[in-house]
Every structure is written in structure tokens, then in C-alpha cells.
Design a protein around this ligand. Structure first.
Ligand code: SF4
Length: 755
């Protein structure tokens, strides 16, 4: 394999100390105008996140109430996502005739994303070197032929990316289960699965308990393992309001991120002038995976400060005594080794907590993608229960989801291990017995493909090959499939790394009008705060051949199952209210769904801990938990890598080659490393290295040709972008209980590139 050459044009400058501002406006409009032109730019951006507009296809940050929406109700990365989808370039049969799979194999995600919108269904037949056109009916028949030809429905995998709407997700899981399997891996398996597990075990529901208003009212907001400036930028507006209301903000993150330091709100003259809102009052640059130790030390100190809300604990919780006993003493040396912090910083944090009466704790991937992520999240819950910070205004737990409808997909039943009650309701509604054996999540899906246990992979959106860990293993596994099917809007590597037979099924985007069945259709989504609302695109579709996600799923289902169980796939594809009436009868909290989503701004799903301090756990109370303090030691000369997004990226979609907040321009193959580690390893800023990860299977995984960038990160901790560094994450390196790849914790060594 040819060695990857360092990027010749890369420039490394000084990181920013403030997010957004005029540059965000310039970049947003620049990209939008370039890809969509002035008219489409105006039309799309003025409808983005508006009451009767369409929902941003990027992150899952909630929209303000209808009365408080801004004319420009979007951020830079929302605008980039719309521009990327609104791209006026088109790729169809001619493009695929000109570009063989071997050629596309050499192309970057960035290059593929810029080729334009997919326009027609395409097929790669066994042994074929190119994709060629296929009709929709033939495509559906081909999928049906493969699915019917399997020895067991469990040889098929139905993957969902968080972009899929609630209606598409509901019919998708219904199809998989009517077909006979629970193999419903989804992107949540790679991101907030640890949250779902940790919260379900302790408060009885795997979702956050706060509203936007709680953030505005809080007097303390803690942000752990999250970079909102890039991944949830409108969160900065909420933090600005909270600051104005007197809140203290604590950032806990290995890296100093501009979006946690200061927000220059581009919708305000002060923000345009660069005199925005200072954010973090306290910034703890904890070592990767040091959060568990930190929150145990915090719990210990809060117990010592006697701030326990005894009335709340007595009435609403179990397990407090064991928790208090576990933290009566704490191993300070272990805590300091694990966190890399000074004890005084932790004491100060405890003081801030002790004097706060309304605390919101926010987190994202920097917490969920570690081996002990679930234990860390349970410590978050412990501290919240200790102070009674759940189920009251201005307080609660706030996992922030990174994909627009990832939470909604799960609510609709896209889960490889849905609860019995959901399967009972589904079976009762549609008159069949759903499969009960749990299916395969994302990691198990790759193992099954690798081992030949799975033979068909269907992807409803997303870019599984690039998003998953252990790229070498994942790519080889997908290539072993008899059939891969990708429902997509634009070209990506999952179209190139494919099965013996491969299908690309082009679908409508969120910005586009959906006139399935001859009537204007809308879809629905659920944000990180359990608010469900409608989304309706108005733009003319990129091609007359496109079909909606619902239409594609129902087409495949009808071709595969015919009228088995009498499920009205055609009716569903012609009128989404038919789907919503079923959702109302199957999905808890969705009674009257079709009517509720017509209300201005939609509705919010029930959340018993938030709404009434009731906890649908086994004991019927919130559960304190006890976890061992397990700081993992790294061998000498090795470092802990966290993979992350640049500012010009959304998941595996690369909008551009800059990461301006971190001072990077025209390149992506960089590693952020501390001055102390550079000195200790005899390396220097600007050196080019190969990254090699080491794992118990003895296999050396490599990612080559990265430029070292000296950066403010804790000693022993380095950071680089995915998907370029996903090859380094072993498939079996997963979080306990949630099986989420440990993308934030990979042991690596740096090998200097000579010559
Ligand atoms: S904050 Fe998230 S949902 Fe909102 S516009 Fe930005 S990317 Fe889209």
C-alpha cells in the first residue's frame, strides 16, 4: 500500500479563543452561495428550523418556542449542512460510467461529497467494475430476491443513521421485524448508547431530562466532553442567555475549545464587534477518561460538605447508603493520576456545586466513547441525585445528541433490543409475533459480516463504513456481504466499499418537497430534549427520480413481504398520517400523534423523572450506583488518542478542509499533542509521523502521514480527526455495557516519518 503523503498546503496557526462572530456568517453564506446560488440560499436558510419550515439535518439541538424563533434560526454548521444538501451539482449514470469503483476507491470523503447529489438508482452487479442504472422496481425486486434467499432473516442487517425521520424509522423497524429480525444497528450504538444505558439503569429512561428553558434558568451549567462551538453551535445562544441570567459555566474537556471560551453572537452588534459573551468561568482540562475519577472525587467532597438533599434522597432514591460509604474515603493519588488535575481545582469545583441550587449537566462523545463511559454517566446521575437536581426547573441531565433525529429513531423502535412492551404493542397492532431475540448492534454487525453470519446490509442513510471503528476490519466485512444497499443523498465511501452486489438508492433531502402519493407530505423528528415537531421541505427535488425514505422502505418491504401480515406498505407510502396513526397506538407517549404534530412547534414527549420525579426503574426509584475507580495505565512512550470532528465536518461528512477554531487550514491529517510529550518523545511541531495503535490482539493498526501540532492538551493525551483515525480503533475496544467503540480512548505510539 502506498504511504499516505502529508498534505502539502496545510497551514497551522493560532487557535481561536472565541466562536462564531462575523467569520461564521461569512463562511456560512460563502458556502451556501457557492453550492446553492443566491435564491436557493435565501429560500432554504429562511425556512431552516422555522415553525412551518424544515428541520436542520445536522445536530439535535432543540429549537426555541415558536414565539422566540429568530429570522435566522440556524448556526454556521446548520448552514453548511443545508448547502451540502442543496448542492446544485448532480451525479447520475454518466458520472458512474466515468468513475470505476477502483477510481472512487482512491477518492477522499471530501472529494466524493463535492461531486453532487445522487439522481438515479444505481446497481453494481457481481464482478462489475462500475455502477450502472437500474429501475426502482428492479432495485426493490433485487433486494427482495436477496432477502428471501437468506437461510434466516438474522443474516440481514438494517442500519439506520440519525437523519432518518420518525415515519421512515417506524416503517423500517416494522419491516425488519415483520421480515423476522431485530438486527437494527444504528448510529446511536456509536455515539450516545452509553447514555441510554446509564440513564435507563438509574432514572428509568435513556433520555435527557431538561428543556431549553432549564438551561436558561440554571445557576450552574457543566459541559463535559462536548465541543458545542462545532457540534451544537446554537447551544451557545442558550449559554449566552444563561450567562445573562447569572449562571456559572464549568467546562471539562481535555482540549481548550473556542466554543467553550467565548461566544460572539453574530446576531448582535456586540458579537459582530467581537465583544461577545465569556462562557466558561472554570475550565478543567481533564485527561481523556479522567471524568469518572473526577466525579467520584466531586461526590466525595459534596458528601463531606453535607449538601445532600436528604428529603429528595429519602423520597425518590435507593442505594444512597452504599454510595455514601463507597465515597466516604477516596484515593486522592489515583484521582490526580487519572484526571491530571490539581486537587485544588477539584475542591473549587465542589465549592461551585455546593453553592448552586439549579444545576444542568451536559455531555457528549467525550464521555460516551470510553470503556467506562456508562459508569461515568452513572456518576453524573449520582451527583444529580445527591443534590436533588432532577425534576425541578433549571436543573437536570442533558446529553446532547449529535444527529438530528437519532433520539427519534430510537423512540420509534430502531433498537436491536427493544423492550418487550414495545414488541407486544407492535405485534398487537399488526397481528404478528415480532422476533424476541435481541439483534446485533453496530459492533456485532461488523463481527457478523466479518464472520459470514450476516450476508445483507441495508443502510438507511449514513456512511457506516467510515463512521465505524477498525476501518480495515469493517471494510473487509462489508466487502464479504452478498448485497449492500445504501439509501443516500450524496456519494460516500460506503458506496465504494460494498458487497458483491450493491445498490445506491437516492432519496429526497430535508429541504425538498415530498409529494409521495400525489400529496404534500411532512415528516417528524425528535430533538435532544424530547420535543417532536414536523419538518417540511419546499425545494424542488434534485431529480425527478428521487423517492422519499418512507417510499423506499415501503417499496422494499412490499417487494419482499408482499401482503404478509396485511401491512399496508403502499398506503403508508402515500399518506404518512397512516403511519402516524399506527405510531400513536404503538409508541408510548405518542397518543394522538398525527394531531399533536400539527400544533405550532409540535409537542414534547413525556419524561417521568422530569415531569413528576417518578422513576420507571425496577425499584420504582432513582438508583444510586457504585462503580470502581478504574484509572487505566498507559505503557511508557504511549499516548491516549481521542478522535474528533473538525469545525468543517459533520460526522463523516467533510464540508471543507479547515478547522479554524483550532488554527488548522487546508488539511486534516494532523495530531494535536502537548509540548511536554513532544519534548519527552524527541519530536517537534511540524514533524510528520505515523500513528500505530496497540491492542491485546497483537495486531498493529496504522494511520500514516500526520503532521504534529503542538497544542494545549493534557500530557499523555493526543487528538486527531476521524474518519482518518478510525483505522486505529480496534473493533473489540468498546465501552462496558453499551458496546460503543472507544473512539475517545485509543493507545497509540507515534513513529517519526523519515525522508
Ligand atoms: S445547532 Fe445543530 S440543529 Fe441547530 S442549526 Fe446548528 S447544526 Fe443545525
Amino acid at each position: 500500500m502506498t504511504a499516505v503523503q502529508p498534505e502539502p498546503d496545510i497551514e497551522v496557526g493560532v487557535p481561536k479563543s472565541a466562536a462564531a462572530g462575523l467569520p461564521a456568517v461569512a463562511v456560512s453564506l460563502g458556502m451556501a452561495m457557492k453550492q446553492m446560488g443566491p435564491v436557493r440560499t435565501a429560500r432554504n436558510l429562511l425556512r431552516l428550523n422555522q415553525v412551518d419550515g424544515f428541520d436542520c439535518m445536522s445536530c439535535a439541538w432543540p429549537d426555541p418556542d415558536p414565539e422566540h424563533r429568530h429570522t435566522a434560526e440556524f448556526c454556521e454548521n446548520g448552514a453548511k449542512a443545508v448547502a451540502w444538501e442543496g448542492d446544485t451539482n448532480r451525479i447520475g449514470p454518466d458520472f458512474f460510467a466515468a468513475h470505476s469503483l477502483a477510481d472512487l476507491e482512491t477518492r477522499s470523503e471530501y472529494w466524493m461529497g463535492r461531486q453532487g447529489r445522487l439522481t438515479e438508482p444505481m446497481v453494481r452487479r457481481p464482478g462489475g467494475t462500475h455502477y450502472e442504472p437500474i429501475s426502482w422496481d428492479d432495485a426493490f425486486a433485487l433486494v427482495a430476491e436477496h432477502l428471501r434467499g437468506l437461510a434466516s432473516p438474522d443474516e440481514a442487517l438494517f442500519y439506520t443513521s440519525g437523519r432518518a425521520s420518525n415515519e421512515a424509522a417506524f416503517v423500517y423497524q416494522l419491516f425488519a421485524r415483520a421480515y423476522g429480525t431485530n438486527n437494527l444497528p444504528d448510529c446511536s450504538n456509536m455515539c450516545h448508547e452509553s447514555t441510554s444505558v446509564g440513564l435507563a439503569d438509574t432514572i428509568g429512561i435513556g433520555k435527557g431530562s431538561v428543556s431549553l428553558d432549564d438551561i436558561h434558568q440554571a445557576d450552574l451549567i457543566v459541559i463535559s466532553g462536548q465541543n458545542p462551538g462545532t457540534n451544537h453551535p446554537r447551544m451557545l445562544s442558550a449559554l449566552e442567555i444563561a450567562k445573562r441570567n447569572g449562571a456559572t459555566i464549568v467546562a471539562i474537556n481535555p482540549l481548550r475549545e473556542a466554543g467553550l471560551l467565548k461566544f460572539n453572537n453574530p446576531q448582535k452588534p456586540s458579537g459582530i464587534a467581537g465583544r461577545g459573551t465569556e462562557l466558561a468561568d472554570h475550565y478543567l482540562q481533564v485527561r481523556s477518561d479522567g471524568d469518572l475519577a473526577l466525579w467520584q472525587a466531586l461526590g466525595h467532597l459534596l458528601l463531606r460538605r453535607g449538601v445532600a438533599d436528604e428529603a429528595f434522597i429519602a423520597e425518590h432514591t435507593v442505594g444512597f447508603a452504599a454510595y455514601a460509604e463507597h465515597l466516604r474515603e477516596i484515593d486522592r493519588a489515583e484521582v490526580l493520576a487519572a484526571t491530571g488535575l490539581e486537587w485544588a481545582q477539584i475542591e473549587q469545583l465542589a465549592d461551585v456545586f455546593a453553592r448552586s441550587t439549579k444545576i444542568v449537566n451536559c455531555w457528549a462523545m467525550g464521555i460516551t466513547q470510553h470503556r467506562n463511559a456508562v459508569a461515568t454517566i452513572k456518576e453524573f446521575v449520582n451527583v444529580a441525585l445527591l443534590q436533588g437536581m432532577i425534576g425541578k426547573p433549571g436543573a437536570g441531565l442533558c446529553p446532547v445528541r449529535g444527529h438530528s433525529n437519532v433520539q427519534g429513531d430510537r423512540t420509534m423502535g430502531v433498537w436491536e433490543r427493544s423492550p418487550e412492551e414495545f414488541l407486544d404493542a407492535l405485534g398487537a397492532e399488526f397481528g404478528f409475533e415480532p422476533p424476541r431475540e435481541h439483534g446485533w448492534d453496530a459492533v456485532k454487525a461488523v463481527r457478523a459480516l466479518r464472520d459470514g453470519a450476516a450476508k445483507v446490509f441495508v443502510g438507511l442513510g449514513g456512511n457506516f463504513v467510515s463512521a465505524m471503528s477498525d476501518t480495515g476490519v469493517t471494510e473487509a466485512a462489508l466487502r464479504r456481504a452478498r448485497l449492500t444497499v445504501q439509501v443516500s443523498t450524496k456519494l460516500n465511501r460506503s458506496h465504494v466499499v460494498c458487497g458483491g452486489t450493491a445498490l445506491i438508492l437516492p432519496t429526497l433531502g430535508r429541504t425538498e418537497r415530498d409529494r409521495s402519493g400525489g400529496t404534500e407530505q411532512r415528516v417528524t423528528v425528535e430533538d435532544s430534549m424530547s420535543a417532536v415537531h414536523a419538518s417540511r421541505g419546499r425545494m424542488a427535488p434534485a431529480s425527478e427520480h428521487l423517492r422519499s425514505e418512507v417510499g423506499i422502505v415501503c417499496g422494499i418491504a412490499a417487494a419482499t413481504l408482499g401482503d404478509r401480515h396485511g401491512i399496508p406498505w403502499t398506503a403508508f407510502s402515500r399518506d404518512y398520517d397512516e403511519i402516524r396513526h399506527r405510531i400513536a397506538r404503538v409508541v408510548p407517549g405518542c397518543e394522538g400523534y398525527a394531531e399533536k404534530i400539527r400544533a405550532r412547534g409540535g409537542f414534547t414527549l413525556p419524561h417521568p423523572p422530569r415531569d413528576s420525579r417518578t422513576f420507571p426503574t425496577t425499584p420504582g426509584r432513582a438508583v444510586f450506583s457504585v462503580s470502581p475507580l478504574a484509572a487505566v495505565r498507559v505503557p511508557a512512550g504511549r499516548l491516549v488518542l481521542q478522535t474528533m470532528r473538525s469545525h468543517d465536518q459533520f460526522n463523516t461528512t467533510i464540508y471543507g478542509l479547515d478547522d479554524r477554531y483550532r488554527g488548522i487550514h487546508a488539511g486534516r491529517r494532523v495530531v494535536f499533542v502537548s509540548a511536554a510529550d513532544l519534548a519527552e518523545l524527541g519530536l517537534a511541531d511540524g514533524d510528520v509521523v505515523d500513528l500505530v495503535s496497540e491492542w491485546s490482539d497483537g495486531v498493529e493498526r496504522r494511520a500514516d502521514g500526520f503532521r504534529l501540532v503542538e497544542y494545549a492538551t493534557p500530557k499523555g493525551c493526543v487528538a486527531a480527526y476521524y474518519p482518518e483515525t478510525n483505522p486505529l480503533i480496534p473493533l473489540d475496544s468498546v465501552a462496558l455495557e453499551s458496546n460503543t467503540p472507544t473512539s475517545k480512548w485509543v493507545v497509540v505510539r507515534l513513529e517519526r516519518r523519515v525522508g
